[in-house]
Design a protein around this ligand. Structure first.
Ligand code: PLP
Length: 359
């Protein structure tokens, strides 16, 4: 009943927009978490003109290789045991290295194996990476390994690039610049928000995720403000229409009360599809291309929509759009008190994903 339409021409368009913003950099297209819910392999095929892909997990990379995608692929968290190391070698993955255990693991690699590695500096996010003098020691240790292709490449991640008014990004960038110094190797620092807010640090490789899916990384704006096109549109259909009298209540807990004669449409979508239960009444929903408001709590499989004011009364089977084309996911994220990333990644297995080159 619920489907997510993926506009692959919008994906390609967004990659071109990213290239215009970072004309001197190569693009590592981030397609972890099933390409932010859009479908790993289909997105990889649509973005085949990228310079590299980045994924979080070994299995994600292996799924690309099984599908015949042989574009360079970076494992953003690296590998954690010998099986993963061997699989990564066979699949020719590039590795982010962020712990001394990973350096020790690389020491055990089979003869003849040579990885391209990205040594990660923890420049202040305090998630992954080496800090301070440990970075220099890690760099020396990696550089001496036979299983590591020379030179070691340099990597960091910025914690607050979506809030450019904070001083912390400039501090992280300065620490990276001071640490990397004149070391050889390629450099990669910037995700979607960072490549827009701090273009001077786009360096050799930018790492956009969200922008490719047509979504703004900044609160208060939408992808279209940057010339991007939304890629995912989440749809369902009207499965019932009813007329309510003033005082009648809708849904679990009777949370929403009709204050006037009300026409209510029931659509077949709910938190079982990944449509967030945290959405409050009044959240926008598009019915036949017109905006209406959610009425009552989101159920597992259904929602109520106040369609009283619509010019065309909805009929059974009519189209309901939850987010995407005409209804920015950024806006729904604000209503749901979350971020667009979580909504996109969170569509459930029940949702039928279809690919359509759209325009
Ligand atoms: C997820 C991720 C990105 C992409 O982030 P966006 O905000 O979606 O552009 C870039 N770099 C790293 C290390 C990541 O984990």
């Amino acid at each position: 009943m619920v489907s997510a339409t993926i506009d692959t021409s919008a994906l390609r368009h967004n990659l071109n927009v990213v290239r215009q913003w970072a004309p001197k950099s190569r693009v590592m297209a981030v397609i972890k978490a099933n390409a932010y819910g859009h479908g790993l392999v289909a997105v990889a095929r649509a973005l085949e003109s990228t310079d590299a892909f980045a994924v979080a997990r070994v299995d994600e990379g292996l799924a690309l290789r099984s599908a015949g995608v042989d574009t360079p692929t970076v494992l953003l968290e690296g590998v954690f045991d010998r099986d993963q190391l061997d699989a990564a070698a066979a699949a020719n993955f590039e590795l982010v290295v962020h712990t001394s255990e990973q350096i020790e693991l690389l020491r055990t690699a089979a003869a003849g194996v040579r990885f391209k590695v990205w040594l990660k500096l923890d420049s202040g996010m305090n998630r992954l990476g080496f800090k301070g003098t440990a970075f220099g020691a890690a760099h020396a240790a990696l550089s001496a390994l036979e299983s590591v292709r020379s030179p070691v490449n340099l990597f960091t991640h910025l914690a607050s690039a979506d809030l450019p008014e904070l001083p912390s990004t400039a501090e992280q960038l300065a620490l990276f610049a001071a640490t990397a110094g004149a070391l050889p190797g390629e450099r990669s620092l910037e995700n979607s928000a960072a490549m827009l807010s701090f273009p001077d640090a786009q360096a050799d490789w930018v790492r956009p995720g969200l922008l490719l899916y047509g979504v703004s990384p900044f609160a208060g704006s939408i992808g279209a403000d940057y010339g991007l096109r939304p890629v995912m549109t989440l749809h369902s259909h009207v499965i019932a229409v009813k007329e309510l009298s003033p005082g009648e209540k809708v849904g679990y807990g009777g949370d929403w009360t009709a204050i006037r004669p009300t026409r209510l449409a029931v659509a077949a979508v709910g938190y079982g599809d990944g449509y967030p239960r945290s959405l409050a009444s009044g959240a926008p929903v598009m019915v036949n291309g017109e905006r209406a408001g959610l009425a009552g709590r989101v159920s597992m499989d259904m929602i109520g929509i106040d369609v009283t004011h619509l010019r065309r009364p909805p009929a059974l089977g009519d189209s309901v759009v939850l987010w995407g084309e005409g209804l920015p996911v950024e806006e729904i994220a604000v209503w749901a008190d979350t971020i667009p990333y979580e909504l996109l990644c969170g569509i459930s297995q029940r949702v039928a994903v279809t690919y359509d080159s759209g325009h």
